[in-house]
Design a protein around this ligand. Structure first.
Ligand SMILES: [Fe+2]
Length: 276
């Protein structure tokens, strides 16, 4: 399988491979690429919804989102829609998906259905490198500490994204504690596992100390030399390791340039482990 590396930090685009031909043998190869590069991209993929689910299922059991309603007949698929004149889009801001769940998703698959001529790229960031490059003193402080991750709730979601629907669990909030340094269950590598969207507090520290430390780490995680940026084209697929990365869907839809175009993606996620 031929790949083009997307940046020096992470990301690989697989060239000329039709995911319709994925089988148990070449799946191993794709999974190894995913573990190595943390996010893999494919372009010009024509997949039925059934095939999309089938491919995702090779990574493990597919799950439904905590508070977003799935599409008709396929509740496992969440359709991410940004209306033409909407400035916001779901996924803006650094995060790893559903880190507030007890067992946050292992892998996320995204497929682009409709992409504006300009704007709406996604940036991914390597959280193994983020840990590796973190100040040694900070590393010592966070060793063996846990942090609380809390969802923003579907109320926020319904109010901000006009074309998306909640699954009805309005007002529900999910909250869980995870180690700040987690271990990748497949590679054994250490990962910096906090994010500015969902991580609210470090367990056992006074509020001000916790927020100073978290803000320092969030700033470090934003470093551009830890990231890669993907410019979507229609029918592209991204498969991302949600344990070792964060991502940020850039909402650069400004009037006279990026505004005025719909952006539609299908998303599917795979059940993860409890971080350790
Ligand atoms: Fe996301």
């Amino acid at each position: 399988m031929n790949v083009d590396l997307v940046s020096g930090a992470l990301g690989a685009e697989v060239i000329n491979f039709d995911l319709n031909y994925l089988n148990n043998k070449n799946f191993e190869e794709i999974n190894n690429l995913l573990l190595e590069h943390k996010v893999v991209f494919f372009r010009n993929q024509s997949l039925t919804l059934e095939k999309f689910i089938e491919i995702a299922s090779m990574f493990g059991p597919v799950e439904e989102h905590a508070y977003v309603k799935g599409i008709e007949k396929y509740p496992q698929i969440t359709r991410i829609i940004k209306a033409a004149n909407e400035k916001n889009q779901w996924g803006e801001g650094w995060h790893s998906d559903v880190s507030y769940d007890l067992t946050p998703s292992k892998v996320i698959m995204l497929k682009s259905l409709k992409i504006p001529p300009i704007g709406g790229d996604t940036v991914f960031s390597n959280m193994e490198l983020a840990l590796e490059t973190l100040d040694e003193v900070i590393k010592k402080i966070i060793q063996n500490k846990k942090a609380i991750h809390t969802s923003n709730g579907s109320k926020f979601f319904v109010e901000n994204y006009s074309k998306m629907e909640s699954n009805g669990k309005i007002g529900e909030q999910y909250s869980n504690e995870h180690p700040i340094i987690r271990t990748h269950p497949e590679t054994g590598k250490k990962i910096l596992y906090v994010n500015p969207t969902y991580t609210k507090k470090i367990v056992g520290l006074p509020d001000d100390e916790s927020s100073d430390l978290l803000n320092y780490i969030f700033k470090h995680q934003e470093r551009l030399d830890l990231s890669c940026r993907f410019k979507w084209t229609e029918n592209a697929i991204a498969i991302l390791d949600n344990r070792s990365t964060q991502h940020y869907a850039i909402a650069d839809f400004y009037s006279g340039r990026g505004l005025g175009h719909e952006r539609v993606m299908d998303r599917i996620s795979i059940v993860g482990d409890k971080p350790f």
